[in-house]
Structure formats: C-alpha cells, structure tokens
Design a protein around this ligand. Structure first.
Ligand SMILES: NC(=[NH2+])NCCC[C@H](N)C(=O)O
Length: 411
C-alpha cells in the first residue's frame, strides 16, 4: 500500500520526509528585553546558526531524508487568492489587529509581496516603521510607544516539532502555551488544509488549534503504531492529553494506548523530548533528574473503555514502557552518563533531545560529547551536528524537525 502524505507510526522508523525551518531574520529580531518573553536565553549569531542548520539538513539528506521547508510549504499553500487573503486576515488578527485602520494597512503592506516573501516577512516580524500609517488608533497610541514591532517576530519557528505533530496518518495542530509561539501553528493549519501535497489526501486532524487547553509537539512521542507517550509538562496540560486520547481512540487512528508522563515544569525541561526520547526498539535517552533514585516518575496509562477512557496510575517508568511496548527488557541511557554536573549541563544544551533517523541511528549536537560517547557505547550510530548557536534557543535535533513520513517498522 502506498503511504499517504503523513505516515509516522514510530519515533525510530527510517526517516523519509521532514519539515524544517531555516533560522532567518526573526532570530535577529530578539533583543535582551524581549528574550525571556520570546523564550530564548541568548541571541544566536544568525550566519553561524544558518550554517549549523544547513549542516543538519545536509546530514538528513545524505541519509535519505527529503527535507521540506516550512516557509516554502506555507507560501505554496496560499496559491488561491481567497485563501491567501483569509490567511493574512487571520494572522494579522492573531497578532492583535482584528479590524480597523492598522489591520487594513498591514494587510495592504503584506499583500504587496509574493507569497514566499510575505510569509517570511510575517515570520520575521513587522516593525511600525515598515508601514505607512498616517493616523494610528488609540490602542496602538496608548500601548508602549517605544516598542518597535506591530507584529512580533517568531524566532522559535525553527523548532518545527512543536506547532504540529504527526501521529499515524494524521496530525495534531497545536494550541501553544505561550503567546510568543501561539501564531506558529496557523502555518501548519493552512499547509495541511491547502497545500497540494496534503489537501484532500485523507490526512486526519486528530485535534485542531481551536482549544483553550494546551499541547505542544515536543511532548508528543509516537512509540509505535498504537502507543503514544505524551508529557504532562509546562507546555502540555492533562486536559489536552485526555482530549486527544479520546479523539484518537474513537476515530480509528490505530492508537489505543497513551502514556502520560509527568515531568518538572521548568524552562530547561519544557517538553518531554528534552528529557526522554526513543532511539531504538528497546533503547531510550533519559535525563536522570526526572526520575527518583529508584527510577520512579508519575505516569498514567490511558486506554479506551466502555464509558470513555480508563486511567491507571503507575510509578515505575521502565516497567510501564515494558508493559505498553511488550518488551522483556529495555535500555534507559542516562544523559551525560548520569554525572551530577555533566547530565544537567548537557541536558541544558539538549543532550537528551535525540532525533532517531532509523532504529539505533540518531542525530545529536556535537557539544554533548559525554552523552554522545555513551550512546555509542550502547551500540548506537551517532551523527553529530554543529551546535554552538542553534542550542541558544533551548532545542536540539528532535525539536528542530517535524517528521511527516517514516518507514513502517517490520516488527
Ligand atoms: N520540542 C522541543 N523541546 N522544543 C524546544 C522549544 C524551545 C523554544 N525556545 C520554546 O521554549 O518553546
């Protein structure tokens, strides 16, 4: 059977197609004042960040992965004039201008570009000085007069993992937690609905972005063709997990098990994939800080039940994984070899955020040399990529990639 445009039934099947976003001008529109709000810890040096990102894309291509770029896909989704206008109106409204003079002027300004340039201008942010606004409304006048942006930049877009996630033959298009990232998932909504690669191809949307409860792709792990792990985290709420589980269970998605894993709510570990990833049939990276000394972490197994969803509480992560994955044993590989200094240092620069491109074959940041060494000792094939600037945004190879097609696993 020919796979559809979305086919992700594991974290580890050979990676065939992925969506990336090359960091652009949006990253240079971060300032020390806006850094915390825009979820960055420093300002990456863009030319180097781009070089590093191109190195990431090259490694993926050399290993047989088709690389698609978010801005190209978004632009190609807007070929229809009415769709393009509707998209513009919505992104401008979500940027704070539902109607009125400013909304109109922004719409005219952005309309003056071809679709790719328009999409990139939106991603980069639009400054007040970019548009010819003769009289401004009370809203803009009374807000911070010195603040240069009308539409904020979206520097986190290079973490394509988060605004949407492929699950089986469908996607979740996510309601993001922080305002800094909330508009990002609108691009994916238009791509899935209007890009010729995806539109009218039977791609299911398991959950759309019109919700108050929050979920992000960094928390959504596809363990196999019927089991998901989802982090209960700073970014993903328990309500959203129960909601998407309910949709998957009742819509013949193939998914009948969701393991909700509770992780600390902090900036270094904002998503499950910053502390836990699957890298082989029976191998995982784990940051020791999420476990008690005896390997315990709060987790819940959700299954469909006659009257809705059944929920069982567990504490032993290894046992939970063995049960849901039907394995006799498994190998949990500690970030930084579990050393009390190395583990938190390498986790901070995404030492646990490993992207599997095939079973037992991963892409990691070169700076996490202790974690890389231990992965190799455990038999993994490790492709290291450059990482001094990309890592300043607190995301690694898994965060920077949205797989859309993986080969199905044989067993
Ligand atoms: N899947 C991930 N872990 N993504 C990391 C995202 C980092 C980004 N600065 C944020 O705070 O949202």
């Amino acid at each position: 059977m020919m796979a559809g445009p979305i086919n992700v039934k594991s974290e580890i099947g050979k990676l065939k197609a992925v969506i990336l976003k090359r960091p652009g001008k949006e990253v240079e529109n971060i300032t020390p004042d806006t850094m915390p709000r825009l979820l960055f810890d420093d300002i990456p040096y863009l030319p180097i960040a781009q070089k590093e990102h191109d190195n990431f894309a090259t490694v993926l291509k050399q290993n047989g992965t088709e690389v698609l770029y978010l801005d190209d896909l978004a632009a190609e989704s807007l070929n229809d004039a009415a769709v393009r206008q509707e998209f513009l109106q919505r992104i401008i409204a979500e940027s704070g201008f539902k109607k009125g003079k400013t909304a109109e002027v922004l719409q005219n300004y952005l309309n003056s570009f071809d679709s790719l340039t328009m999409v990139q201008r939106i991603m980069e942010g639009v400054r007040k000085e970019d548009i010819q606004l003769k009289s401004i409304g009370l809203k803009e006048a009374s807000e911070d007069g010195d603040y240069p942006f009308l539409m904020d930049p979206m520097p986190n877009l290079y973490f394509t993992r988060d605004p949407a996630a492929a699950i089986g033959e469908g996607v979740s298009i996510n309601r993001m937690t922080f305002a800094a990232r909330r508009r990002e998932s609108l691009f994916m909504e238009y791509i899935i609905a209007h890009h010729e690669r995806f539109a009218n191809q039977g791609v299911h949307v398991w959950r759309n972005r019109n919700h108050d409860t929050r979920i992000e792709g960094g928390d959504e792990l596809v363990l196999n063709n019927h089991v998901l792990a989802i982090g209960v985290s700073q970014r993903t709420s328990a309500e959203a997990i129960q909601d998407i589980a309910g949709n998957l269970f009742k819509n013949a998605s193939g998914y009948d098990t969701v393991v909700a894993i509770k992780i600390p709510h902090n900036h270094a570990m904002m998503h499950l994939d910053t502390v836990f990833t699957m890298i082989n049939y029976d191998q995982f990276t784990v940051h020791p800080a999420i476990l008690t000394k005896d390997g315990q972490v709060d987790s819940w197994i959700l299954h469909p039940a006659k009257d809705g969803i059944s929920i069982e509480h567990h504490r032993d992560l290894k046992q939970v994984l063995k049960t849901v994955l039907d394995l006799d044993d498994l190998d949990l590989i500690p970030t930084g070899n579990g050393d009390p200094i190395v583990a938190p240092r390498e986790q901070w620069n995404d030492g646990s955020n490993t992207l599997a491109i095939a079973p037992g074959e991963v892409v990691t940041y070169n700076r996490n040399y202790v974690s890389n060494e231990i992965l190799r000792k455990h038999g993994l094939k490790v492709h290291e990529i450059l990482s001094s600037e990309l890592s300043r945004g607190r995301g690694g190879p898994r965060c920077m990639s949205m797989p859309i097609v993986r080969e199905d696993l044989k067993k």
